[in-house]
Design a protein around this ligand. Structure first.
Ligand code: IPM
Ligand code: MG
Length: 369
């Protein structure tokens, strides 16, 4: 049996609470002999800042680099609103993405039938929805230089962020999207703003070329990113795979998350390039929701996005795709039974805490063993 190193970074707010539910599932996998997972834990975000004044320490960065998969909870909260920009909680996450080279961020948005009424959109618009947002994660305006605020005098300042993409960055994310589309409904929608942005013109050109040269059998369409946002709330089922840059992907994936009923439902995988020798990709798995400091410690957090993120790790990093399918089935079964944390309870009161939801999912998983 292969052994894998998992590095857990629960982070802040509800991060540790939802991570606890994944730890119970990991322990069960080990106890059953389905896998051999070596688990180590570190600090990221505000909790790391409180411990040693950095958003992530060098030893924890080294452990993340050496792991087979990083499981990440969430970072941030009002407690750290005033800390210096370079060590703000989000800097830990951005450094992990950048230093591990995790350029491909996969954000599936699936609307479980039982949750179609929890969405703010009509049932027929979201029921059975299954789309995948492929977000470029290590480039664009998140990392482009210069990134500064300059004092111009006379009470005026100038803030600058730089949107920058090079050909190779667009090529590799386009290939990731086309490869994934082939395993799904074979359609890619590429979203940019070529009508106002040079990076959009280049993005469009490169995606078009990669498609023609390498993936002519996949259906490709180009959509302006603002129109894509509108189409996502009008008729999201027209999409299969949406490929887009770092900032548009951030925004569009929050929109897609709400289609599924709650931000608490959306998992994500961030993958690097396969290693030339081992074929192994560096990877990080995290829920799309944030640290939700308003509900931290109340037991109201929905652990499904974190658990489903672990499911993506089983699929993409841990060679256990069949167990990823079973975990998805267990989640669907629990939802079909009407078990609801607050975020997905609709007009009803919640009938499950974080722990109860996690235990119910593990209970269903055990039945599938
Ligand atoms: C996300 C988050 C992050 C981002 C924040 C926490 C830096 O919103 O993963 O979508 O903007 O990428
Ligand atoms: Mg976001």
């Amino acid at each position: 049996m292969a052994s894998y190193n998992l590095f857990l970074l629960p982070g802040d707010g509800i991060g540790p609470e939802v991570m606890t539910e994944v730890e119970a599932i990991i322990a069960w996998f080990n106890a059953q002999g389905i896998a051999r997972f070596e688990v180590d834990r570190g600090l990221v975000g505000g909790s790391a800042y409180d411990a040693h004044g950095q958003a992530i320490s060098e030893p924890d960065m080294a452990k993340a680099m050496a792991s087979d998969a990083v499981l990440f909870g969430a970072v941030g909260g009002p407690k750290w609103d005033k800390v210096p920009y370079d060590v703000r909680p989000e800097a830990g996450l951005l450094r992990l993405r950048k230093d591990l080279g995790l350029f491909a961020n996969l954000r599936p948005a699936i609307c479980y039938p039982a949750l179609a009424d929890a969405s703010s959109l009509k049932r027929e618009v979201v029921e059975g929805l299954d789309i995948l947002i492929v977000r470029e994660l290590t480039g664009g305006v998140y990392f482009g230089e210069p990134k500064t605020i300059t004092d111009l005098g006379h009470g005026q300042k100038r803030g600058i962020d730089t949107q920058v993409y090079e050909t190779y960055e667009i090529e590799r994310i386009a290939r990731a999207a086309f490869d994934l589309a082939k395993t799904r409904r074979n359609k890619v929608s590429s979203a940019e703003k070529r009508n106002v942005m040079k990076t959009g013109v280049l993005w469009n050109e490169v995606v078009t070329r990669i498609h023609a040269a390498e993936y002519p059998s996949v259906q490709l369409e180009h959509v302006l990113a603002d129109n894509c946002a509108m189409q996502l709330v009008r008729w999201p089922k027209q999409y299969d795979v949406i490929v887009t840059d770092n900032l548009f992907g951030d925004v569009l994936s929050d929109v897609a998350a709400m289609l599924t009923g709650s931000l608490g439902m959306l998992p994500s995988a961030s993958l690097g390039a396969p290693d030339a020798k081992t074929g192994r990709r560096k990877s990080l798995y995290e829920p799309v929701h944030g640290s939700a400091p308003d509900i931290a410690g109340t037991g109201a957090a929905n652990p499904i996005a974190m658990i489903a993120s672990f499911g993506m790790a089983l699929r993409y990093s841990l060679g256990l795709g069949d167990w990823a399918d079973k975990l998805d089935q267990a989640i669907a079964a629990v939802l079909a039974q009407g078990i609801r944390t607050k975020d997905i309870a609709g007009s009803q009161p919640a009938n499950a805490t974080t722990t109860q939801m996690g235990a119910a999912i593990l209970g269903e998983l055990k039945k599938l063993a």
